[in-house]
Design a protein around this ligand. Structure first.
Ligand code: FMN
Length: 256
């Protein structure tokens, strides 16, 4: 049994490769008690941590298993996310057996030129095979935080930027009002008004599912400013993991 959260398909791809019984965290509305021989969480790394909705899910539900494992996908640096999640699980009184991270394509559009990302060989299959074997063998392991991880985390905190500002992307005139952005949003932040996407970012997770899924690349980031000093390196390339379909992302996240 796996619970996953995905914006652009990496985590869904990995969840599907690990188990047949998978559930999207974005679709779980009721509190529950889950029991299985193994329970896995597949989630993306956001700012060297895991997304808020994943944390809430972990806090608000009960899990009964002998092997609770995490596979955290990331695109560049983990910044010690594995131990951070371990500490979080300790704080909420939940025992974990395994936490590892898997390098994949980085969907953080303001940080990277996706065209460059797509050219990189991140050895996903090779690294995934090791993780899969660990999980099959019920290995006990939490990837240790390194000195570099600690420094990366400190540097990130020192930037003093406001992630929330990132979600104020611009809907350009290229928008045709198709509504795909609204359907891939896990938090119902978008509605189509007068054939144009309109965002209320109060609950936005900054997952970028909307920006990445827009078939017209009509959602763009604003000019960098002091609250969010990231230019968008390449507004012409967007990402969806090739092993998942747009329909699967919609099914994972759509709140309608
Ligand atoms: C808001 C945001 C923050 C991110 N922060 C990190 C990070 O701290 N380190 C990293 O290596 N990747 C980071 N990423 C990249 C994602 O973790 C990575 O691309 C992940 O595989 C996406 O999974 P998905 O396709 O299932 O949504 C971030 C992405 C977003 C959207």
């Amino acid at each position: 049994m796996i619970f996953y959260f995905t914006a652009t398909g990496n985590c869904l791809d990995i969840a599907k490769r690990l188990d047949k019984e998978i559930y999207s965290i974005a679709q779980i509305k009721e509190r529950g008690k889950y029991k299985a021989d193994k329970i896995g969480i597949v989630a993306p790394t956001y700012a060297f941590d895991i997304p808020q909705n994943v944390k809430e899910f972990l806090k608000n539900n009960e899990f009964e298993t002998d092997y609770f494992y995490f596979v955290l996908t990331y695109g560049n640096k983990t910044g010690g996310v594995e131990e951070r999640v371990h500490r979080f699980m300790n704080e909420i009184g939940k025992k974990v057996s395994y936490i590892n991270s898997l390098l994949m394509v980085d969907n953080f559009l303001p940080g990277y030129d996706l065209a460059e990302q797509l050219k990189m060989n991140k050895k996903i299959d090779e690294n995934f095979a090791k993780i899969k074997k660990d999980i099959e063998n019920r290995v006990d392991f939490v990837k240790a935080e390194t000195e570099t991880d600690r420094k990366d985390y400190e540097i990130m905190l020192s930037y003093n930027f406001d992630f929330k500002y990132m979600n104020k992307y611009i809907v350009t005139d290229d928008c045709i009002g198709c509504g795909i952005c609204a359907k891939v949003c896990p938090k119902s932040c978008i509605e189509i008004v007068d054939k144009r996407a309109k965002q209320d970012n109060t609950n936005c997770l900054t997952c970028l599912a909307c920006v990445n899924a827009c078939p017209k690349k009509a959602l763009k980031f604003p000019i960098p400013n002091e609250r969010f000093p990231y230019p968008e390196p390449n507004p012409n390339v967007r990402f969806k993991n090739p092993n998942v379909t747009l329909q699967e992302i919609i099914k994972s996240n759509c709140q309608e």
